[in-house]
Ligand binder design. Structure first.
Ligand code: CAA
Length: 387
């Protein structure tokens, strides 16, 4: 077991840390206040190769490993939680399935643009009546010559308002349940595709969350991802990777909160000394730091397993990805909550970023699979080992 970073991993960690300090920390409060999508920042992230970190260079990516990917997402999310999910979705919910399941033509024409940041992607699985029960899709795909016609509504789509391409899941035959699901890469300018409701959210306001409506949208069969009936497996496999990214986002948000709490405790005086001298405060800081490190180990282990799975198809990481997201998101909730407690009344006010971190952390327990679904995935895998 080796806990050392490779040279490449150390390099991307430092680069994204510097980027976050220079480009994200100064604007994070404004993005939260206005809900503005940080177009200029996303363009720079693309130029730095951070929108297709694990995609091979021949398809426009940086060709790094998934441990590098989680190091980068943690640093970016420490700077701005909303920007963290923009990056995570494009990397792991969009580039990753196209790289794994796409045709050579799809990779050359579409993945290259998405991984290099020239275009942005989104992932449309959830529906108003199919969230945790992802197999209960109602969006229909009907074959018509060399096209498929899509009808239905997707919701809670990160990057929905800005995306150029969308990885979409639909049903060909509801009687087949999850085996009737098909997947496509749909250009967002396809006639019949429109962005619907833009959600007003508690946190991660720099990223858009929208519904996407398909009304007789004709998609060429050449844009099908995988084969008919493979859609559910593609979605689940993709979400295994996505959950590692959200775990890393949760780490970054929690780290930002810990930093605010520690700096405040060193300056704020009570009972004649900085509150950092109080054992009560030290207990809080010790728990926050320990939980954060434990979560990081789980996230990095899942990412390392995903790296092994690239070359060894027998390697599975669903359980480890679910454990990482479950623990990191609940840790992030607890750490950001405690940070507010350390700051007291100031923690509750916008003068300090602690309240933003608390709001940003909350979604990590919900999207890309709730904590309840993560427990279900972990338990199913543990039970399987004994039966
Ligand atoms: N990888 C590949 N295949 C998998 C898999 C995995 N991790 N997990 C399951 N499968 C396959 C199974 O092998 C099985 O295949 P066969 O029928 O061929 O044998 C099939 O999928 C069905 O498996 P299950 O019976 O376990 O499926 P289920 O219907 O019980 O559902 C579930 C399991 C875990 C509840 C799943 O529905 C799930 O993960 N739900 C949560 C969905 C989710 O995370 N949504 C978030 C959407 S993205 C988002 O948040 C938006 C955003 O922009 C951030």
């Amino acid at each position: 077991m080796n806990f050392e970073r490779t040279e490449e991993q150390a390099m991307i960690q430092q680069m994204t840390r510097d980027f976050a300090d220079k480009e994200l920390v100064p604007i994070a409060a404004e993005l939260d206040e206005t809900g503005r999508f940080p177009k200029e920042v996303v363009a720079k992230l693309g130029e730095l190769g951070l929108l297709g970190i694990a995609v091979p260079p021949e398809y426009g990516g940086s060709g790094m490993d998934h441990v590098s990917y989680v190091l980068a997402v943690e640093e970016i999310s420490r700077g701005c939680g909303g920007t963290g999910v923009i990056v995570s979705v494009n990397n792991s919910l969009v580039c990753d399935p196209i790289w794994k399941f796409g045709t050579e033509e799809q990779k050359k024409e579409i993945l290259t643009q998405l991984a290099s940041g020239k275009k942005l992607g989104c992932f449309a699985l959830s529906e108003p009546e199919a969230g945790s029960d992802a197999a209960a899709q109602r969006t229909m795909a009907v074959k018509d010559g060399d096209h498929w016609v899509l009808n239905g509504t997707k919701n809670f789509i990160t990057n929905g308002a800005e995306a150029d391409y969308c990885v979409v899941f639909a049903m060909t035959d509801r009687a087949l349940k999850h085996r009737g699901i098909i997947s496509f890469i749909v250009p967002m300018d396809t006639p019949g595709v429109s962005v619907g409701k833009v959600e007003k959210k508690l946190g991660i306001k720099a990223s858009s969350t929208t519904s996407i409506v398909f009304e007789d949208a004709r998609v060429p069969a050449s844009l099908m991802l995988g084969e008919p009936g493979m859609g559910f497996r593609i979605a689940m496999n993709t979400l295994d990777g996505g959950r590692i990214g959200i775990g890393a986002q949760a780490l970054g948000i929690a780290r930002a909160a810990l930093e605010v709490a520690v700096l405040y405790s060193l300056e704020r005086k009570a009972f004649g000394a900085p509150i950092a001298k109080l054992q009560t405060l030290q207990n809080m800081i010790a728990d926050m730091a320990t939980e954060l490190d434990a979560a990081r180990l789980l996230v990095q282990r899942a990412a390392a397993l995903k790296d092994r799975a690239v070359t060894d198809k027998s390697v599975r990481y669903s359980k480890e990805a679910a454990m990482a997201k479950l623990f990191a998101s609940e840790m992030s909730h607890h750490v950001t909550h405690t940070a507010i407690q350390v700051l007291g009344g100031y923690g509750y006010c916008k003068e300090y970023p602690a309240e933003r971190h608390y709001r940003d952390a909350r979604i990590t327990e919900i999207y890309e699979g709730t904590s309840e679904i993560m427990r279900l995935v972990v338990a199913a895998n543990v039970l399987k080992q004994f039966s």
